[in-house]
Design a protein around this ligand. Structure first.
Ligand code: MN
Ligand code: MN
Length: 298
């Protein structure tokens, strides 16, 4: 269970949240039809650095039936036109993390779906305080989303956050799990409901662009070792092949990454797609649970 020494870390968590909100609002000004997805990603990640932080993970720009873990490749040619785009931004400041997401409907046909996940966050915030159970949060999220005629995605959830760790206990469900675990003072959690026109489950797909270091086990190959040294700069946070492709030529980079995965150094995060190819919306805020709950990414 994550409980923080808030006296010591407080300013960093507030700052991470503030930067995440600023970057989120900035991203709204650049996302429009006709713009290349890779330019959006580059500008968002650059803005995080300009504001004195680093990405806590590669910005997730997941379209239509993809719920999460899509980020452009270094060769991505996608141009925005009528996508339902989830924008999930993570900011890391001195290890503290701000995690926030929203959905843009460029098609103009999914307003209700977008509203459903947004309202689910709003309604969850109304009941969240010290002592609220995880099951109660899940129930509010589920009831809100189903009241719109959609399904929450049950195998995606909110989570605790810790220094340099995006996902820690507790798991904050998006449906009524009856979990009686209570929120405690000092916890930092992200709530992130997903609403879908499909059945409400996601599955892994292939071609992971997002990776994370899981072991420091030595690697024999000289080039793979060079790539791994560069990867250590991400301090254990997820990163993209796109970021490394600024330093290494792509074919050799992908070979090195393959070796590092086989050697047990890296884990892949493939794009997550709704099983019925239903459209998906998402909203997310990071909160500090104190006597007064603080929405860090407001
Ligand atoms: Mn997120
Ligand atoms: Mn999250």
């Amino acid at each position: 269970m994550n409980k923080h020494d808030i006296q010591k870390e407080y300013n960093d968590w507030v700052k991470a949240g503030e930067i995440a909100s600023k970057v989120r609002e900035f991203s709204k000004t650049i996302i429009k039809p006709g713009v290349k997805l890779i330019d959006i990603a580059d500008q968002i990640e650059l803005k995080i650095k300009e504001l004195g932080a680093v990405p806590a993970f590669p910005v997730n720009l997941s379209h239509d039936s993809f719920a999460a873990h899509c980020t452009p490749t270094s060769k991505d040619e996608t141009v925005l036109n009528n996508q339902l785009l989830k924008v999930d931004i993570g900011v890391c400041y001195n290890g503290a993390i701000g995690d926030t997401a929203y959905t843009v409907d460029l098609s103009g046909t999914h307003a209700k779906l977008v509203e459903a996940s947004k309202k689910a966050v709003d309604n969850a915030l109304k009941i969240i305080k010290v002592g609220t159970t995880l099951g109660e949060i899940g129930k509010v999220i589920e009831d809100t989303i189903t009241s719109y005629g959609f399904q929450p995605i049950r195998n995606l959830s909110g989570h605790g956050l810790d220094l340099f760790k995006i996902h820690t206990a507790p798991t904050v469900p998006n449906y009524d799990t009856k979990d009686s675990t209570m929120l405690e003072k000092g916890m930092i959690i992200a709530i992130e409901p997903f609403a879908t026109t499909g059945g409400g489950r996601i599955r892994d797909t292939t071609h992971a662009e997002i990776l994370m270091k899981i072991s420091d086990k030595p690697i024999r190959d000289v080039f793979a070792r060079k790539v791994f040294e560069e990867i250590k700069a991400f301090e254990g946070l997820p990163f993209s092949r796109r970021a490394l492709a600024k330093t290494f030529p792509l074919p050799r980079l992908n070979l090195a990454i393959r070796q590092l995965i086989l050697n047990g150094n890296l884990q892949e995060y493939p794009p997550l797609q709704e099983v019925n190819l239903g459209m998906v919306s998402q909203h997310e805020h990071t909160l500090l649970i104190e006597d007064e709950v603080i929405v860090l990414t407001r």
